[in-house]
Design a protein around this ligand. Structure first.
Ligand code: NAD
Length: 517
């Protein structure tokens, strides 16, 4: 059976990288969700593995930080070319461990590459501020310096995009980066580290350490790691945030989601149904920016929308992830399939109307695969647990709202505040909605409003802990610290300083907070 090793100091264990799955060490199963079979074992690392990676990072980072930003950008340009060269192989590998269809796997990689493209502009992004003549003979300037060693802990659902969100910006800024990817689909992250090396990043600048809670805790407690970026479920995000901050680190921790799509009576319902099919069921609903709740405004809108949704959902093709005709593939593992089906059961017990039932779905020839059929629930209410919690499966819930204000209140009051969308032809309604809704990312007639790489990604409420978003200039802010220099170059002939050059003119002035006046 194939073993997926750490990638430490430029090499996998088998090639002498020090990441060996030691005899007696722990390992985890990596499944092919299409067949339900274990296809590989991943090494689950320890604090000792992390120490080796940190040592390599410490050796490499000062030189990398001293490499001028234009040269660091050139590594990013080459990395982008290499990933593009390998796109098909990477998409197949990703799909085989995650279960999302190949086209969606390409999208996962492409959205990450867009952050790499952004990072190619790092020389411009790192320019500081400068004030000439802030006081007599005094100039003030600021510079952005890397933090040193940063770490990223990432979820299973975007094994290419989310690591690239983080390491693209962190590395371009001059940091060394340790990636702890999801243990469920760890192969693509390792391949990305190999390609970064091939692109010219020194050994130790991008390393991959695999593991579960043990490795995460080791990262959070490690004194040499200055910052941690986390994306995953909310309870763990909150835990990572607290423990990381307690250890004195800078932490951003993105959590779960329950995104709503508000459908106004004047919306183009055919377009909405087409958008919902992709946004609620694409990637089997395993996206933090999926749209699993639809809120039609008014009973008539609800009835018309439901009539159109039912045939659209029934016609979705669930297939193996390599099936080019499939709309979506299996969910990630057996436990998750069970959990999604249990949530459907809970919704029914709570009084929701089960309109299309995806439980018990099997795909002929792949009976052991982790497939869940598309599911539609109507008459869901805010009191139901199945509404309050994230299901993260191919399940769409209809929550009916009588008017605009009630519709606006639903996502605003929900514990999660990642994304939200409104479908309408009324510019005023859309504008009001965007201004007033208590959610971090808003789509107007756009079902999955994931911001482009040069803007930034981040939810509100329990969808994100910490106050700095991913990528864009926010990402640069997260992965750097500002140093501000106040300088004075007195004319040598005027020393010791007199009042002309802004220095203390009398002894007691030295004891007063300096002003520039
Ligand atoms: P997860 O929380 O189970 O795992 C995320 C990471 O945390 C993994 O690397 C995992 O190894 C680690 N981890 C798991 N259990 C841990 C524990 N007890 N202690 C410490 N670390 C632990 O999430 P997942 O199932 O891989 O991903 C799906 C979740 O991620 C969903 O909730 C989804 O909404 C969320 N997500 C959020 C965003 C966002 O940007 N807000 C993006 C993608 C996914």
């Amino acid at each position: 059976m194939r073993t997926i090793d750490h990638h430490i100091a430029g090499a996998a264990a088998s090639a002498g990288g020090g990441g060996a799955a030691r005899e007696g060490g722990r390992g985890g199963d990596v499944y092919d969700p299409n067949t339900g079979q274990v296809q590989a074992r991943v090494t689950l690392g320890t604090a000792a593995d992390l120490d080796r990676a940190v040592a390599a990072a410490q050796a490499a980072q000062p030189g990398w930080a001293a490499t001028n930003p234009q040269r660091r950008a050139r590594v990013m340009f080459r990395f982008k070319e290499l990933v593009e060269r390998e796109m098909e192989a990477l998409a197949r590998l990703l799909s085989s461990e995650h279960g999302k269809v190949i086209a969606d796997s390409r999208g996962d990689i492409q959205r990450g590459l867009e952050v790499i493209e952004f990072a190619c502009g790092i020389p411009h992004l790192l320019k500081g501020e400068y004030t000439q003549g802030a006081g007599p003979g005094i100039d003030v300037f600021s510079m952005r310096q890397p933090l040193g060693i940063g770490a990223g802990i990432t979820p299973f659902n975007f094994p290419a995009m989310i690591p690239m969100w983080m390491f693209g910006v962190a590395i371009a800024c001059g940091n060394a980066f340790l990636l702890k990817p999801s243990e469920r689909d760890p192969s693509v992250p390792v391949r990305l580290a190999e390609l970064m090396l091939e692109a010219g990043a020194p050994e130790g600048i991008l390393q991959v350490v695999h593991g579960d809670k043990e490795m995460v805790d080791a990262i959070l407690d490690h004194p040499a790691i200055a910052a941690v970026s986390f994306v995953g479920s909310s309870d763990i995000a909150h835990y990572v945030y607290r423990r990381g901050v307690d250890a004195g680190k800078r932490v951003q921790a993105m959590g779960g989601a329950k995104n709503h799509g508000i459908v106004m009576p004047d919306a183009d319902l055919d377009q909405v149904v087409a958008d919902l099919a992709g946004a609620a069921f694409g990637s089997a609903g395993e996206r933090c920016m999926a749209l699993p709740v639809v809120v039609p405004v008014g009973e008539q809108t609800a009835e018309r929308l439901r009539d159109k949704l039912i045939p659209a959902i029934r016609s979705l093709r669930v297939g193996v992830s390599a099936d080019a005709e499939a709309h979506y593939g299996p969910v990630v593992n057996a436990a998750h399939k069970k959990r999604v089906e249990e949530w459907i059961g809970t919704a029914v017990e709570e009084g929701a109307e089960l309109v299309v039932d995806g439980r018990g779905f099997t795909l002929q020839g792949h009976e052991k695969g982790f497939f869940v059929g598309p599911t539609l629930l109507d008459r869901v209410t805010p009191q139901m647990r199945s509404y309050q919690e994230e299901i993260f499966g191919p399940v769409l819930q209809i929550v009916r709202a009588p008017d605009f204000d009630s519709a606006l209140r639903l996502p605003s009051a929900h514990q999660y505040g990642n994304g939200v969308a409104i479908f309408t032809r009324n510019g005023h309604a859309a504008r009001e909605f965007a201004a007033r809704v208590n959610v971090g990312m808003v789509g107007i007639n756009v079902p999955i409003p994931v911001p482009i790489a040069y803007h930034s990604f981040g939810g509100w409420k329990r969808s994100a802990f910490g106050d700095v978003n991913q990528h864009g200039t926010e990402g640069v802010r997260f992965w750097t610290k500002v140093k501000t220099v106040t300088q004075r170059w007195p004319d040598g002939s005027a020393l010791p300083s007199g009042s002309e050059d802004g220095g203390p003119s009398r002894v007691q002035d030295a004891f007063v907070i300096p002003t520039m006046g």
